[in-house]
Design a protein around this ligand. Structure first.
Ligand SMILES: Nc1ncnc2c1ncn2[C@@H]1O[C@H](COP(=O)(O)OP(=O)(O)OP(=O)(O)O)[C@@H](O)[C@H]1O
Length: 253
């Protein structure tokens, strides 16, 4: 399957400048799923967290995932990242060279809390994905410093997590997600614990990284101001994606 210039069949694609569309033409989707479902538990205790989701994410896409608490946003992001197996349907990563866990670093995750290792300093925290992928330690440090510079916190490299504000810690988590130069960035309520100013800075880091890496960015959020910074939208309700849109479609409504 090859990239189309028009938005994805689901309407999830983003509006782009023509040169971006040209750059990303002829590329397969980074992830695609069909009738994807995930049920937790069995019998009377079963919870259908996600069901019947069919969509694609293409290079360059930027998508805000919105929906009430419990509507399945986190579960869907975990499924799209290969962190959780589907209980029905299919998910594949044709643009990432197979299963993402078999190709370290192809997907960058950012979670609601930064989850930094408290005993390591900032730069050591950011090296972790590289070291887990067997990178040379000196090279890992060099790349971690570059990732910290890219999100504007290079001066914090020697601090430990306890010495950071919430926004700074979350930017370290963004740097850690970027250090392997992922093609797909999945961020699960990355600004949920931040005030608006800090949230704005974290979103700018993510959007800049998306553009720099030619990656796709999928962000779940409850905050319409955060979602409005992303050109595509998936709306979830009761485990299903009930709507997708680009900004032009939202304006036309
Ligand atoms: N590990 C789990 N075991 C059992 N049920 C779960 C598990 N994880 C999620 N669920 C259930 O699946 C449903 C979807 O949860 P999910 O966390 O994906 O929703 P969400 O939209 O991300 O919610 P929030 O906005 O509150 O983070 C909920 O009913 C939740 O209780």
């Amino acid at each position: 399957m090859r990239r189309r210039h028009l938005p994805a069949q689901t309407g999830a694609g983003s509006e782009r400048e023509p040169d971006e569309a040209e750059a990303w033409a002829e590329q397969p989707p980074l992830v695609e799923c069909r009738d994807l479902a995930c049920t937790f538990g069995t019998g009377e205790a079963a919870v259908v967290a996600v069901h019947g989701v069919s969509l694609q994410v293409w290079p360059g896409d930027q998508i805000g995932v919105m929906g009430p608490s419990g509507s399945g946003k986190s579960t869907l992001l975990h499924l799209l990242g290969g962190l959780r197996p589907a209980t029905a349907g299919t998910v594949g990563w044709p643009g990432l060279g197979g299963h993402p866990l078999g190709v370290p670093g192809r997907i960058g995750f950012i979670f609601q809390g930064p989850s930094l290792v408290p005993s390591l300093d900032v730069v050591e925290n950011v090296t972790l994905p590289l070291l887990m992928a067997d990178a040379d330690p000196a090279e890992a440090i060099r790349r971690a410093r570059a990732a910290l510079d890219a999100v504007g916190i290079g001066t914090l490299a020697a601090r430990v997590p306890d010495e950071l504000s919430g926004g700074q810690a979350q930017r370290v988590a963004v740097a850690r997600a970027l250090v392997c130069q992922p093609r797909l960035l999945l961020a699960d309520e990355p600004t949920g614990q931040l005030d608006h100013a800090a949230a704005d800075v974290v979103m700018t880091s993510l959007l800049d990284a998306r553009a720099r890496l030619g990656a796709a960015l999928v962000v779940s959020t409850h905050d319409p101001l955060i979602a409005d910074r992303l050109s595509g939208r998936w709306v979830m309700r009761d485990g299903a994606v009930t709507g997708t849109s680009s900004p032009a479609e939202r304006v036309a409504r």
